[in-house]
Design a protein around this ligand. Structure first.
Ligand SMILES: Cc1ncc(COP(=O)(O)O)c(C=O)c1O
Length: 438
């Protein structure tokens, strides 16, 4: 690392700061499938940054759009004022969203997207005069960002335990990972669809359906190690929510924009939620942006309830629909369309699946699970030292193999940019196999 760089002052997020600062891993530039390190190594990006650079790094069309927008209109408020790019961006997003989801609320990232969606859900019931509906249901091992709403409906103990009780009136479905029955499934697991029944039979029965405002799930749970919905699971959640007038929110921060080989997980699974939260690949991660795409009826309820000439929804961010983010998003969606990246991901998924499952039988590999261009490789942890095995693989991939992977607990999660070539898929899994063998 450059000796002049002082690393003391940046308190790094979700990082073991002391460990990192003792031996920093610095990325200084990026292009296409590769990062470049400070010492000039090319690092194959097996994780699209943090599941977000779906079109590959430094796409010239996105860079040009941001530069041009910065030179034209650096910032404009969206409170009681507007700028054209924000409206164009909303229309572009609606053009690829499931039919009926055609109103967009902009924010800056996934955490704000989740909190915005939860607030929309709670307020929607209020404006319709159904204020008894105040309860939110999330899922164990769900990750919905780090806002108080997100950690409340999220199901990761470590993200919750230091921060007090957070939101009241929240309950959680069990997560559907069952390695006993489903280990090494290719694609969607066969067993466990009935776990969705507990929404009706356990949680709704316990709390009274009239009190439940919304259910929020990730179609594929990404951050806690690629947990796939068993066949029929999401469909059942939809049916139950419909039966009891409960809103269904899909947190598609990871599954959006081609990760599963379709625009959204909703398309892949054929299940249309009432709201989709997206972020990350929305701008190819070039400028922070998040969005909640909402069914028109929900939006219209707010418009109908508020008196003329008054604000209908008391929520928003200084940087909602920031001009640079809006321009980046328009260019990004254009790249996805013109380069047919969602179709490319769908076509590459079987090759990725075969490569992932080639790890079966290697030392320490307990499970491999995959869907689209995502896979999780669960390792046998070292007794008494959870997370160390996978973290060691992560370090050795980076130091010895010039490959960036991501780990969570003792699970390796891979989610490369959708432009990845077959030879790079071979390189990625070959490197992991090599390290596991040793
Ligand atoms: C499903 C899901 N929701 C929300 C978030 C939070 O997004 P952000 O880190 O942009 O706030 C993430 C981040 O990984 C995520 O995976």
């Amino acid at each position: 690392m450059s000796t002049s760089l002082n690393t003391d002052h940046f308190w790094m997020p979700f990082t073991s700061n002391r460990q990192f600062k003792a031996a920093p891993r610095m990325l200084v530039s990026a292009s296409g499938m590769y990062y470049t390190t400070e010492d000039g190594r090319q690092i194959l990006d097996g994780t699209a940054g943090l599941w977000c650079v779906n079109a590959g790094h430094g796409h010239p069309k996105i860079i040009a759009a941001i530069s041009q927008q910065a030179a034209t209109l650096d910032y404009a408020p969206c409170f009681q004022m507007g700028h054209p790019t924000s409206f164009e961006a909303a229309s572009a997003l609606v053009s690829i969203a499931p039919a009926g989801l055609n109103r967009v609320f902009f924010c800056n990232d996934g955490s704000e997207g989740v909190d915005s969606a939860l607030k929309i859900a709670l307020a929607y019931h209020r404006v319709r005069g159904d204020s008894l509906r105040h309860r939110l249901i999330g899922r164990e091992r769900g990750y919905h960002g780090v806002g108080f709403g997100g950690i409340s409906v999220g199901g990761i103990a470590g993200n919750r335990k230091h921060f007090g009780p957070a939101l009241p009136a929240v309950d959680h479905l069990r997560h559907p990972l069952d390695m006993g029955k489903n280990a090494f499934s290719r694609g969607l697991p066969e067993h466990g669809g009935e776990l969705a029944d507990e929404l009706e039979q356990r949680l709704i029965a316990l709390h009274d359906p009239a009190t439940v405002a919304a259910v929020i799930v990730e179609p594929v749970q990404g951050s806690t190690g690629v947990i796939l919905p068993p066949k029929g699971y999401l469909q059942k959640l939809r049916t139950t929510c419909d039966k009891y007038g409960i809103l269904l929110i899909f947190d598609e921060v990871i599954t959006g924009f081609g990760r599963l080989g379709a625009a959204f997980g909703a398309d892949y699974f054929g299940v249309v939620p009432d709201m989709i939260v997206c972020a990350k690949a929305l701008t190819n991660a070039s400028v922070p942006m998040g969005a909640v795409v909402v069914k028109q009826e929900i939006h219209d309820a707010f418009m109908a309830a508020a008196p003329e000439n008054t604000i209908e929804f008391f929520h928003g961010y200084t940087y909602s629909a920031h001009p640079l983010a809006s321009a980046a998003m328009l260019a990004t969606l254009d790249v996805y369309r013109s380069e047919q990246l969602f179709e490319r991901a769908a076509a590459m998924a079987p090759y990725f699946e075969t490569a992932a499952h080639s790890l079966k039988g290697l030392p320490h590999v307990k499970d491999v699970r995959n869907l689209g261009m995502v896979c999780g490789i669960e390792l046998e942890g070292i007794p008494g030292k959870p997370t160390t095995r996978a973290f060691e693989v992560f370090i050795r991939c980076f130091e010895e193999k010039n490959i960036l992977i991501r780990t969570t607990g003792d699970i390796i999660a891979l989610s490369p940019p959708l432009i990845i070539e077959k030879r790079q898929i071979d390189e990625l899994f070959g490197a992991i196999a090599d390290i596991l063998k040793r």
